[in-house]
Design a protein around this ligand. Structure first.
Ligand code: BG6
Ligand code: MG
Length: 216
């Protein structure tokens, strides 16, 4: 029986994955890297800021020191935070609010499992925080997905056993992390058919058989 659903944030509840891409593209252009594409961006889904930076730098030839990399990651985050100033409820993806309300009405606990350190501000600015019981984010963990830590922390905060949780994800790293945490997984988003999740749907607005999933 599923007692809690732990949602990834970027690309599952909100369309911020587009803003991440824009901010990385801005940094890449500053560094003279013009080969960074949407295809490369797929490798950044669900992984930490520093690991995402490596994806960008791998498209160029220069070697950077650790201190320089930290500066570059902060620079990207400043571009991203600039884009986030415009963020409001219009960034919420289709079907999300209805889905969260339906689950809460059934007594299901709602958690967030995101490696983003910006998760709390995004939840607040979009108004989604009011539907969420506990947040596990980049500020709570040391290992990013595909490590299960972010989902284990979410389940612990919710007071649930890992087997009682369902993870909803749009990234391959996230599905691997959910399975590693012994949780059921629902894959959504543009790549949902490639994620090898236990259940799949193009998005939360889709006709999802929640009864079957919650009873599993
Ligand atoms: C994840 C995104 O949710 O958060 C990644 O899918 C991103 O692309 C990661 O790198 C870290 O986000 P932030 O906001 O801490 O830089
Ligand atoms: Mg995501």
């Amino acid at each position: 029986m599923i007692k809690g659903v732990i949602f990834d944030l970027d690309g599952v509840l909100v369309s911020t994955d587009e803003m991440h891409f824009k901010a990385w593209k801005m940094l890449a252009e500053e560094l003279g890297i013009d080969k960074f594409s949407k295809e490369d961006n797929k490798k950044q889904k669900g992984v930490s800021r520093m690991e995402s930076l490596e994806v960008v730098l791998s498209k160029g030839s220069r070697i950077y020191t650790v201190a320089e990399k930290e500066e570059l990651a902060e620079r990207k985050n400043n571009f991203y935070k600039e884009l986030l100033t415009e963020l409001n409820e219009s960034a919420i993806l289709p079907g999300v609010v209805e889905c969260l309300k339906m689950l809460r009405n059934k007594g299901i606990l709602i958690g967030i499992g995101s490696v983003s350190k910006n998760a709390p501000i995004i939840l607040t600015k979009t108004g989604l925080m009011e539907y969420v019981d506990k947040v596990s984010c980049g500020l709570d963990i040391t290992k990013s997905k595909p490590d299960p830590e972010v989902f284990e922390v979410a389940a612990n905060k919710l007071g649930l056993k890992y087997e009682e949780c369902l993870v909803v994800e749009d990234s391959f790293a996230g599905i691997v992390a959910g399975k590693a945490a012994h949780m059921k997984t629902l894959g959504v988003g543009t790549e949902y058919e490639q994620l090898r999740a236990d259940y799949e749907a193009p998005g939360l607005e889709a006709d999802i058989d929640w009864k079957t999933i919650l009873e599993s």
